[in-house]
Each structure stands twice: as structure tokens, then as C-alpha cells.
Design a protein around this ligand. Structure first.
Ligand SMILES: C[S@@+](CC[C@H](N)C(=O)[O-])C[C@H]1O[C@@H](n2cnc3c(N)ncnc32)[C@H](O)[C@@H]1O
Length: 242
């Protein structure tokens, strides 16, 4: 993907990303397992644990960009009384989530096919908002953070997990060559969609570094915010408390 292509993806990101996830939905979980050697499950578990440390029994939670529902299922495991709403604008991804919920006999997780850049829970009714590998894909990331903030109750928790930027130069070099060279090949081989898995590493180029996302959380108004690196910054968890 050239710089010109990245610019055109950015200006038309919503539609491009939606079609891309619709195309790879049935292969998404498999590819996640392959690309991270299964580690994404542990990373997601860490996000839920950090979030529940800040608020141990959230009554209502939203899982934004929920996709195939992993974070919602983990949240349900550790906080079974929480009412969870999975929000995603790609019905093909949500269909997989619904299937998993059915197979696991989970009935108190709702699935909502909607965008998450302009949340409309303005009555500050939400205790926890999670977003895993989602914020990076949005055209209007700051709007999503702002409306999440508005939707949260006082002391409500915003918890974000995403790929990030290793701070060590050698590690960063290795990570980038894995991301830019190996991942598109895995995508071509297993998802039959090299473009989607070329977008993934390219999306890093217009994504925040850990400290930049932290600054946005602070600027939005979160009274306490911090981040934790995973694997030296391959991924990062950001937490904001309203
Ligand atoms: C990389 S997947 C993450 C799925 C899941 N959260 C996980 O951690 O495995 C990103 C998800 O964000 C969804 N998405 C992208 N833009 C969105 C938007 N504007 N509103 C709602 N969902 C969106 C996509 O459809 C996709 O399911």
C-alpha cells in the first residue's frame, strides 16, 4: 500500500473497514490466533482484569467494535452479573459473536449492529466501556473517546486494548518486519485476503503511540488514566477513569 492509498483509505475509512471485516469475518478468529500465536486471548484477559480492578462489578458495560465477541465473553466469565452490550457496525462479525454466545449458552449479552463513533448513552448510565483492537480502525477516534466519556458514570472505566509501538529500537524493528512482511502473507494464505492483512500493519502508521493516546484520554477529562505495555509495547492497554 502506498502513501496515496493510505490517504484514500483514511478519507473513506468507514466503508473500507466495514467491507474488509465483512470479507474476513469467518476467518478472523483463526487469523488472530495464528498472528499472535494465541496470545491475544491472554492480552484480552489482562484488559478485563485491569478494568475490573478499577470497578469490580460493573452493572452495565459496552464492548465497542466487539467483532466476534471475545472481550464480552471474557467479561461475562469474570463478572457474570454484568449486563453487556456488544456494539459493532459489521453484521458478519456480529453473526459470529452471536453463534459463540449461543454455543456457550450465554443469554445476558446483547448484540447491537451499530456504529460506535457517536454513542448516544448521554445519561451517563454505563459503568464500563471496553474496546479491543477497534479504536485504531475508526475514522473518528477522538469522537468515540469523547462520546464514551459522556456515556460513562462518574468513576466509570474506559478500557482499550490495541496494537502499539515498542519503545526498544531493535524490538521495534523486528516487530515491524513481522507486521509488514509476515502478516500479509498469513492473510493471503489463510484468509485469502492479502489486502485486509496489508491494511493491518499499515493502520499502525496513522495510529497513536502509547503516550499520545494517554494524552487524549487526559484531554478528554478522565481523572485518572494510565497505560500498560504488553510484550514491550507490541500491544498496549489504556485505562481511563471518569
Ligand atoms: C479488529 S476487529 C476487533 C474485534 C474484537 N474487539 C477483538 O478484539 O477481537 C475491529 C472491529 O471493529 C469494527 N468496527 C470498525 N469500525 C467500526 C465503527 N465505526 N463502529 C462500530 N464497529 C466498527 C469492525 O467491524 C470489527 O469487527
Amino acid at each position: 500500500m502506498t502513501n496515496t492509498t493510505i490517504k484514500s483509505v483514511e478519507s473513506n475509512k468507514g466503508e473500507f473497514v466495514n467491507k474488509m471485516f465483512a470479507n474476513i469475518a469467518t476467518k478472523y478468529d483463526l487469523l488472530n490466533n495464528l498472528m499472535t500465536l494465541g496470545m491475544h486471548c491472554k492480552w484480552k484477559e489482562s484488559l478485563i482484569k485491569y478494568a475490573l480492578t478499577e470497578n469490580n462489578c460493573p452493572k452495565i458495560a459496552l464492548d465497542l467494535c466487539s467483532g466476534t465477541g471475545d472481550l464480552a465473553i471474557l467479561l461475562h466469565k469474570y463478572s457474570p452479573k454484568t449486563k453487556i452490550i456488544c456494539i459493532d457496525n459489521c453484521i458478519e462479525m456480529l453473526n459470529i459473536a452471536s453463534e459463540k454466545l449461543k454455543n456457550k449458552n450465554i443469554s445476558n449479552i446483547e448484540v447491537l449492529n451499530a456504529g460506535c463513533e457517536n454513542l448516544n448513552y448521554s445519561d451517563s448510565s454505563i459503568y464500563l466501556i471496553t474496546i479491543g483492537f477497534g479504536l485504531r480502525n475508526l475514522q473518528n477516534k477522538e469522537q468515540c473517546i469523547k462520546t464514551s466519556y459522556k456515556s460513562l458514570k462518574e468513576n466509570g472505566v474506559f478500557a482499550c486494548l490495541d496494537i502499539s509501538s515498542p519503545e526498544n529500537k531493535l524490538w521495534s524493528k523486528l516487530y515491524k518486519s513481522y507486521f509488514f512482511k509476515v502478516i500479509p502473507q498469513l492473510g493471503a494464505l489463510f484468509a485469502k485476503d492479502k489486502e485486509a492483512y496489508t491494511y493491518l500493519p499499515e493502520s499502525l502508521l496513522s495510529w497513536y503511540k502509547q503516550s499520545e493516546l494517554l494524552d487524549i484520554l487526559k484531554k478528554t477529562g478522565f481523572k485518572k488514566s494510565y497505560y500498560k505495555n504488553i510484550l514491550g509495547g507490541v500491544a498496549a492497554i489504556h485505562i481511563g477513569i471518569k
